[in-house]
Write a protein that binds this ligand. Structure first.
Ligand code: AHR
Length: 502
């Protein structure tokens, strides 16, 4: 089978915002305790942070890390996580039915971010709390000193302000499961007032308001329209979330879900434009896709853990073990974000360590890369610059999710220096290779520099502590330039990265 693509130097979608490759850490399961923080671990540094985990996070070069939740944030008192550790209260976390020791809080998280080469994107609690706690939290974090909250931070040992610029106003407030769930109107009003107060402190903050938890929510997409109607002028981004599952073990349907993601972004783009017109505004709100990933492998195990009703500390919750098939899904999701980078300015893989995450650890043991680590790594490394608008023509299939789904899922990025073009491709076909024939326009003299491929005979193959390299990229591809065209064979069910010097 053949697929034709045209790449033109001047046909650009947008400058990709580097924040597309951000991440998320929640006080949930072993993300924090046993994930980034494990005093007593052989690799722990002087602050108890695991250096083996930090190394893997640094390699991902994740611009921002969202914290502390997630559902957790909607009943969280940020004050519990600051001050002398021995005096911090142990609380019940109502979202995940867990005990929270509060041994890590905002100050330690900011320290960890610096070491892990990322920046904090903080969420305020608009579930059980509201504007007042949010403005105090902001002042505690960002004011230099001489006021009650800033001097408290200084007393706690952090003399310099944290300078956090990116803030989420609540989490999934459309979800009935959320502590303090609200109607779109109630939330929109609260978000607007909270944003006003936070901007009273610092006009330059970037504020993210809650969109839908997923595009199957009954309130979608009215939720976005109502929320933005209330707070269009005071917000900068609207957040969307989506998780992917393959419970029916149908690979083609599963991989077609990237089309649903695409529709979701396009629809909310339309809602943004509608409210923008209604408000006669010059500003275009961006999309912050601040939770996305595959999530279903651990569902049964989680049910059993939660059914015990024990309020454990840092249990093994949401520990999805990803397989090779998930590499193809994550590759397709990242391609969608690149192709929609005119709308999506921020995206956070959910999450980063242990909890539905590309990095896994054993308590007291090793840390390793899950299969999905690799497409994220490649996109973060080579997916910065301008997204190019491709013209594609190739075979398609019909699925439960959508019709005419192309077997070839592809995106292309022209790097910031204008010297490299990287193509990210997924061949969704279960048993046929795709002969990729790409016409390169405006890239005379292009040559193939490298090709990374991920293919595996077993879709269910996984990486584990014992076998951390069962699913890894190889460099065995056949990409070449012939008569100004890039040709390559994309194996059935494969993920490929081709880099061209241009
Ligand atoms: O990432 C896991 C959970 O998924 C988050 O806490 C919540 O925001 C979403 O429902």
């Amino acid at each position: 089978m053949k697929a034709h693509v045209i790449v033109h130097r001047d046909f650009r979608i947008a400058d990709i915002d580097d924040r597309l490759y951000s991440s998320f850490l929640e006080h949930l399961g072993r993300a924090i305790y046993g994930g980034i923080y494990e005093p007593g671990h052989p690799t722990a540094d002087e602050n108890g942070f695991r250096k083996d985990v930090m190394e893997l996070v640094r390699e991902l070069n994740s611009p921002y890390c969202r914290y502390p939740g997630g559902n957790f944030v909607s009943a969280y008192n940020w004050e519990d996580g600051v001050g002398p550790r021995s005096e911090r209260p142990v609380r019940l976390d109502l979202a995940w039915r867990t005990r929270e020791s509060n041994q890590i809080g905002v100050n330690e998280f900011v320290d960890w971010c610096k070491k892990a080469n990322t920046k904090p994107m903080l969420a305020v609690n608009l579930g059980s709390r509201g504007l007042d706690a949010a403005r105090n939290f902001l002042e505690y974090c960002n004011h230099p000193g001489g006021t009650y909250w800033s001097d408290l931070r200084r007393k706690h040992g952090w003399a310099d302000p944290h300078g956090v610029k990116l803030w989420c106003l609540g989490n999934e407030m459309d979800g009935p499961w959320q502590v303090g769930h609200k109607s779109a109107y109630e939330y929109g009003r609260l978000a607007d007032e909270t944003a006003k107060a936070m901007r009273g402190f610092d006009k330059s903050l970037e504020l993210v308001v809650c969109g839908s938890s997923n595009s199957d929510m009954k309130t979608y997409p009215d939720w976005e329209a109502e929320v933005l109607d209330q707070c269009y002028d005071s917000a900068d981004h609207i957040s969307l979330h989506m998780y992917f599952a393959n419970r029916e073990k149908n690979t083609l349907n599963y991989l077609a879900k990237a089309e649903k993601l695409d529709r979701y972004i396009v629809t909310i783009g339309g809602v943004i434009d509608y409210i923008k017109a209604k408000k006669r505004s010059k500003k275009t709100i961006g999309i912050s896709f601040d939770e996305w990933n595959v999530w279903y492998h651990s569902n049964q195990q989680d049910k059993e853990i939660l059914a015990r009703d024990e309020w454990p500390d840092a249990p093994h919750l949401l520990e999805d073990v990803y397989n090779f098939e998930d590499v193809l899904q994550v590759g397709g999701i990242l391609n969608t974000f690149i192709r929609r980078s005119d709308r999506v300015r921020i995206a956070c893989i959910a999450q980063l360590v242990n909890v539905i995450a590309p990095i896994m650890t054993e308590d007291g043991g090793p840390a390793w890369r899950q299969t999905i680590y690799y497409p994220l790594y490649f996109a973060s490394k080579y997916g910065r610059g301008s997204a190019l608008r491709l013209v594609t023509d190739g075979p398609t299939y019909d699925s439960d999710e959508a019709d005419d789904v192309p077997y070839l899922d592809i995106s292309a990025v022209h790097d910031e220096l204008g010297k490299m073009v990287t193509l990210f491709a997924v061949n969704r076909h279960p048993d046929s290779s795709l002969d990729l024939d790409t016409r390169l326009e405006g890239f005379a003299g292009a040559r193939v520099v490298e090709q990374h491929d991920m293919v595996h005979s077993d879709l269910r193959a996984v990486n584990t502590a014992a076998q951390p390299n069962a699913v890894v990229p190889t460099m065995t591809g056949d990409a070449k330039i012939e008569d100004g065209r890039l040709r390559a064979t994309l194996k059935p069910l494969s993920y490929t990265v081709i880099r061209l010097a241009v």
